[in-house]
Design a protein around this ligand. Structure first.
Ligand code: NAD
Length: 501
């Protein structure tokens, strides 16, 4: 058995050297063993992290755009060099397979690459002669200390939706990652340091609600970015906004995949299985509901069944594994409870993933194999709840109109996809559907870094999506300047409201 690790905060450019009053366990989901502990921040630690970020702000804000960009480029190079190491670290604590973890690192890296262009992105506007010999211009300035609070399911990518853009814009940052898989964030802090980022610009604070509340109520935190479940997103939004901070809070999801009768059913079945069971369904853009429009339901189910039968479940670091374990035992048990629960409510348990064949043996790991519930209806818990595990629900629908109504009526609005060969139907879908991110024959339509990521309705509180230009706007304040340089013709008192002339 390998030795136990200890993960602590990263404050002011170095690991914290205090003694934590509270700690949490870090599990290795594939074996079920406790792999180590993580310190939980108390209010004093929150204050120390925010103070370090506040102290670093004036210097970082005034660092030239070229210097900031160069540090970002160096950070990008280091991440690239350490991509495999980061992926293995993520896999060991989260459970997802290493190739999938490498994918999340790659998608996070794309945001760093976007942020490398910050000199261009921060260009304001300039209008000469808005009035006689008066010029007007706008400048984008950082907001100060920004905080990021992130979920367990993407311990590298989701923080990287936030901090590359925040830091590039001249802010300093305190990250509160998930306590379930905290190591990747500390490794990222070390790489920042190696890239030459001044101490205090990027800090990591570990912990639970106490750490989060400390940040939400701290007067020196000016902006809060959150990604996690809907009830917590709503709480973060209300609390931080109530304290006068700007907030973007991304919540949970229930992503539907609509399959029309004219779709390529092999493509649709590949997509449903990949997007339903990749990362054991623990993705905010996972497909959790397939809506099959009559008469394709039975044929599609047969194709899904064929593909699920071939999936290999096993530890994340086994190159053969396609799907790993769930993140904790409690989460596995909760996800599993939907199988019997839904059957009791009238669904058909078409594929029961309990007691899966696990490569190398299941041991005490948090395993649940791919499971499919068929004939699910909107009243069932499996439909209403975000299960966040390898349980795919199939809803049979009589028509396109009925399916559209179902998808748009869902309280979540993160992602959705349509599978069809009819361009008109796809265009109508993208136009009408009440969901923020739409795929056309693409099951996981995660926007590129230069677009912005975010859902609608209960999947996002606030009006700003993550990264892309919306990220730049979120992490900057616009200042509009109107300037007149003295000219011999100036002068004279005028109490009227200024107008151009
Ligand atoms: P979570 O909401 O339990 O936790 C998210 C963060 O909030 C963690 O850092 C956690 O420590 C903190 N937190 C938990 N309870 C809190 C409380 N009572 N008060 C203050 N802070 C609290 O989410 P999770 O289980 O880590 O992640 C899975 C969820 O995240 C799913 O709902 C998933 O859909 C969602 N998610 C959404 C997106 C998106 O882009 N919309 C992306 C990834 C994950």
């Amino acid at each position: 058995m390998s030795e136990s690790k200890h993960v602590t905060h990263w404050i002011g450019g170095k690991p914290w050297d205090g003694e934590a009053a509270r700690r949490g366990d870090i599990y290795e989901p594939a074996s079920g063993r406790v792999a180590g502990t993580v310190d939980f921040a108390a209010q004093d630690d929150v204050d120390a992290a925010v103070a370090a970020a506040k102290a670093a702000f004036p210097g970082w804000r005034d660092t030239s755009l070229s210097k900031r960009a160069r540090i970002l480029f160096r950070f990008r190079e280091l991440m690239e060099e350490h991509r495999d190491e980061l992926a293995r670290l993520i896999s060991s604590e989260h459970g997802k397979v290493v190739s999938d973890a490498a994918g999340e690192v790659a998608r996070g890296l794309e945001v760093v690459e976007f942020a490398c262009g910050i000199p261009h992105l921060l260009k304001g506007g300039f209008s000469e002669n808005v009035s006689t010999r008066v010029d007007a211009y706008s400048i984008l300035q950082p907001v100060g200390v920004a905080a990021g609070i992130t979920p367990f399911n993407f311990p590298a990518m989701v923080p990287m939706w936030m901090f590359p853009v925040a830091i590039a814009c001249g802010n300093t940052f305190v990250l509160k990652p998930s306590e379930k898989d905290p190591s990747a964030s500390v490794r990222l802090a070390e790489l920042w340091s190696e890239a030459g980022l001044p101490d205090g610009v990027f800090n990591v604070l570990h912990g639970d609600k106490a750490a989060v509340d400390g940040l939400l109520h701290h007067p020196d935190v000016k902006a809060v970015s959150f990604v996690g479940s809907t009830p917590i997103a709503r709480y973060i939004y209300e609390t931080a906004a109530g304290n006068g901070k700007r907030v973007q809070a991304l919540g949970g999801a229930k992503n539907h995949m609509l399959v029309l009768p004219d779709a390529d059913l092999d493509l649709a079945a590949d997509a449903a299985v990949s997007a339903g069971f990749g990362s054991a369904g623990e993705r905010c853009m996972a497909i959790s509901v397939v809506v099959a429009v009559d008469p394709v339901g039975d044929e599609l189910m047969a194709k899904i069944r064929e593909r699920v039968a071939k999936l290999k479940v096993g530890p994340g670091d086994d190159a053969e594994s396609e799907m790993g374990p769930l993140v904790t035992r409690a989460h596995r048990d909760k996800v599993e409870s939907y199988l019997d629960g839904s059957a009791a409510q009238g669904a058909t348990l078409a594929i029961d993933g309990r007691d899966p064949d696990v490569l190398g043996g299941a041991g005490d790991g948090f395993w649940l194999g791919p499971s499919v519930l068929d004939h699910v209806t909107p009243e069932m818990d499996a439909y209403k709840d975000e299960i966040f595990g390898p349980v795919l629900s199939v809803v049979r629908s009589g028509s396109y109109a009925e399916a559209m109504e179902l998808i748009s009526a869902n309280p979540y609005g993160n992602g959705t996809a349509i599978f069809t060969n009819d361009g008109g139907a796809a265009r109508r879908f993208q136009n009408e559907v009440e969901v923020g991110m739409v795929g056309v024959n693409v099951p996981i339509p995660v926007p590129m870094a230069y677009y912005s990521f975010g859902g609608w309705k209960d999947s996002l509180f606030g009006d700003s999506h993550a990264h892309g230009m919306e990220g730049v706007h979120f992490y900057t304040r616009t200042k509009a300047v109107t300037a007149r340089w003295l000219d011999p013709s100036h002068g004279g008192v005028n109490l009227g409201f200024p107008t151009s002339g």
